[in-house]
Ligand binder design. Structure first.
Ligand SMILES: Nc1ncnc2c1ncn2[C@@H]1O[C@H](COP(=O)(O)OP(=O)(O)OP(=O)(O)O)[C@@H](O)[C@H]1O
Length: 288
């Protein structure tokens, strides 16, 4: 049985004008979980709750089998965290950071740290204040990867980076996951990044979990039919996830693609993407 490194059960958090509504999902060991959703959907709030950085109104979070509230210092040191926006002190250099992290993390690996600094071309002499946003991001990722973490929790870790360096970082994440005991939870707006590396995708929309599934299963089970508007009524409603209409006709997202195509040879069902599935679910026309 696959062990879950993160388990979230019935999490509720109320802010004025926003709530996380009883959300549950798990992140299996050895996998990359992509955590996606629109601005303000609740991704950062969920991640803060996982890390016990905020008080929650209800629910439970466990990390590596231990309640998040009761994580020991040793277990905490196995988690590498990157938040959107640097929380490193402006006047430090990468050399200062090395000295500080050595004291914080029992497993701090100076050699690994230096190799990533080199790989990311992060300068020794400059203070963090003079780093670009991308450089700060790269430094945060470097730190997360330099203390022999088993779990990486990354909130928008690739945003603000150019496509080339993003690709390089995604490869580093894929390399990290080669160890079966390593796990990543990665929130991102950049769905193509998630499509590229995630094994599972959790989609949060307005504080609710819409789905949390294997990426391949999602892509395999869904499909799009492009047809005339008048043909939409011939599609069994129970399969329809969402409909979009344009001047030329209609696009219909269906689920349970295999069963649908077995029963409906007259429709051509095209392959879809995670991005398209998300758009149809959130913006596709409601069925009457
Ligand atoms: N400390 C707080 N006090 C009040 N409201 C908050 C607080 N933190 C977050 N919120 C609200 O919770 C909602 C969810 O925010 P959150 O940062 O979790 O979204 P997100 O999915 O990470 O968005 P983004 O992709 O824009 O970073 C937003 O409406 C935000 O204004």
């Amino acid at each position: 049985m696959t062990q879950n490194v993160i388990e979230i059960k019935n999490l509720v958090k109320h802010y004025k004008g926003f709530s996380l509504n009883n959300i549950s999902f798990s992140v299996p060991m050895g996998s990359i979980m992509g955590f996606v959703g629109e601005n303000g959907a609740g991704k950062t709030t969920t991640i803060k709750a996982i890390l016990d950085l905020i008080h929650v109104d209800q629910g439970e979070v466990s990390i590596m089998g231990t309640a998040a509230k009761n994580l020991s210092k040793e277990l905490k040191s196995l988690i590498g965290v990157v938040f959107d926006g640097s929380n490193l002190h402006d006047n430090l250099t990468v050399v200062n950071i090395n000295a500080i992290m050595k004291k914080i993390y029992p497993n701090w690996d100076e050699e690994v740290y230096k190799s990533y600094l080199k790989k990311f071309q992060l300068p020794e002499g400059k203070i963090i204040k003079d780093f670009s946003r991308g450089m700060k991001m790269k430094l945060s990722i470097t730190i997360a990867l330099s203390h022999h973490s088993k779990l990486l929790i990354l909130d928008e870790a690739t945003s603000g980076l150019d496509p080339i360096i993003r690709d390089e970082i995604l490869d580093i994440f894929l390399e990290f996951i080669q160890d079966e005991e390593h796990t990543i939870l990665l929130s991102s707006h950049i769905i193509s990044d998630i499509e590229k590396i995630a094994d599972y995708v959790t989609f949060i929309h307005q504080g609710n979990i819409v789905f949390s599934k294997s990426k391949d299963e999602l892509i395999y089970q869904h499909g799009v039919i492009r047809c005339r508007k008048e043909d939409v009524s011939a599609i069994d409603k129970s399969y329809i996830v969402g409909i979009r209409e344009n001047n030329f006709g209609a696009e219909v997202m269906i689920q349970d693609k295999d069963r649908f195509t077995r029963k409906n040879h007259e429709f051509n069902v095209e392959r879809t993407s995670i991005e398209e599935i998300m758009l149809f679910i959130t913006r596709g026309k409601e069925l009457k």
